[in-house]
Design a protein around this ligand. Structure first.
Ligand code: BES
Ligand code: ZN
Length: 405
């Protein structure tokens, strides 16, 4: 199939009603769009891809013209085909950059609008930076490493499980806590499930990786080397735990909320890849996935948060902007890893919707990660980190009680 096949962004862009037709946003071969005199809203010159809003007649015309050029003219759903999503990401993201520059950004609105909810604001206000500090210190200092192939690769997993069981003792909600075994690593992931009241089969995922790694050719190997991983990713793990603590004291949500602490992320997203694949294979209805990986080092300043654009979903990035408008009061800046840098990519590759807020922005990435210096230091901020637990709480309460998908 040709790289420049027309691409229907059925879920990613809003359908724009115009006259009697439903207009659809498509990415299509720019040459064909010009031939057919279809207005191009934005264009990526390098990839020769244009963004246009088309009616059903134009859709047929594009399809015909594509066949004449010996190209596959079929429209492909960005939402349906995860492979395509990844390969067309480049086209889409460069169009988005053009949109920002030219202020065409209103065309790209998915139009997610949230209403203020005092219960969500209250729950967010319960996030306690001192709890985050305690958890990050506990994970960083009580275990030499959390590497997936270390001697006691599951010691911290079992310890966190025990901590959680104790924490949930007083909860009135139906819950399940279990470790998940993998084929690709001896390390286990940890999953907690707060079962939904009305739509228990619809799942909201909050997760982060619990493992750590130390790289480098000198010193002991990764299995023995000291790897505190305070920022990467004791911080995100602590954020998820704090969100669980708060949510477990609230009213049961309609949808199920699942909390994950993934195994073996640092060795290639091992745990999350298996989990996301298994979920897809068994048709699990995962509505949205939040990934928290690194929240402790405000590289671009406190309260400046990266809204990761790759391997994430437009509607959830917009939801984050909405949560910011209503509750957070932070500065959001677009950020891209440029590759599948964390567990959200595992879910995205299976076609699920994802979001990954990040502690910093481009060029302000913490250089201590994957070294024994990834510890709590003067540049760390638990107030900054607290924002990410608030995001997790808001994400779960908002999506856990809506029909949005
Ligand atoms: N937390 C990092 C990813 C990251 C690093 C995000 C810097 C943003 C800025 C994650 O734990 C990691 O190290 N991922 C691996 C990729 C994986 C496929 C092995 C990486 O980036 O090398
Ligand atoms: Zn890492």
């Amino acid at each position: 199939m040709n790289l420049l096949v027309s691409l229907l962004l059925s879920g990613a862009f809003a359908h724009m009603p115009l006259g009697q037709f439903e207009q659809k946003a498509v990415l299509a071969d720019a040459t064909i769009l010009r031939q057919l005199e279809i207005p191009i809203v934005m264009e990526d010159k390098k990839l020769n891809v244009g963004l246009s809003y088309i009616n059903p007649q134009q859709e047929q015309d594009i399809s015909k013209a594509s066949h004449l050029l010996g190209r596959c003219g079929g429209f492909e759903s960005l939402e349906g085909d995860s492979k395509n999503k990844v390969s067309h990401f480049e086209a889409l993201s460069s169009l988005r950059q053009a949109a920002d520059k030219e202020d065409f950004s209103h065309f790209l609105k998915e139009s997610v609008v949230l209403n203020y909810n005092a219960q969500i604001a209250d729950a967010m206000s319960e996030v306690d930076p001192a709890n985050l500090e305690a958890t990050v210190n506990w994970l960083s200092n009580n275990f030499n490493t959390r590497y997936h192939r270390s001697q006691n690769a599951n010691a911290h997993v079992e310890a966190l499980k025990a901590k959680i069981l104790k924490m949930l003792e007083g909860s009135n909600l139906p819950f399940e806590v279990e470790t998940v075994a993998h084929n690709s690593t001896p390390q286990r992931s940890l999953r907690v499930r707060l079962v939904g009241s009305e739509k228990p089969n619809e799942i909201i995922v909050l997760g982060g990786h619990l493992d750590s790694v130390v790289q480098g050719i000198f010193g002991p190997g990764p299995a023995e080397g000291r790897s505190p991983g305070s920022d990467d990713n004791a911080s995100g793990s602590a954020n998820i735990l704090e969100a669980l603590r708060i949510l477990s004291t609230k009213a049961q949500s309609k949808r199920t909320i699942e909390f994950f602490w993934y195994a073996g992320e640092e060795a290639g997203l091992l745990g999350s890849a298996e989990i996301a694949r298994t979920y897809k294979q068994s048709n699990q209805d995962v509505i949205a996935v939040l990934q928290l990986d690194m929240s402790l080092n405000p590289g671009a300043g406190e309260m400046v948060v990266g809204n990761t654009t790759d391997f994430t979903s437009l509607w959830l990035r917009e939801m984050l902007q909405e949560m910011n408008r209503l509750y957070l009061n932070i500065t959001l800046q677009e950020f891209a890893c440029g590759y599948g840098c964390s567990d959200h990519a595992s879910w995205f590759r299976q076609g699920y919707s994802t979001l990954m807020p990040f502690e910093a922005t481009m060029n302000t990435i913490n250089r201590r990660i994957h070294t024994k210096e990834d510890v709590v230091h003067s540049g760390s901020s638990f107030n900054h980190s607290a924002v990410f637990s608030k995001i997790a709480v808001g994400f779960a309460m908002e999506l856990g009680n809506s029909d949005r998908r």
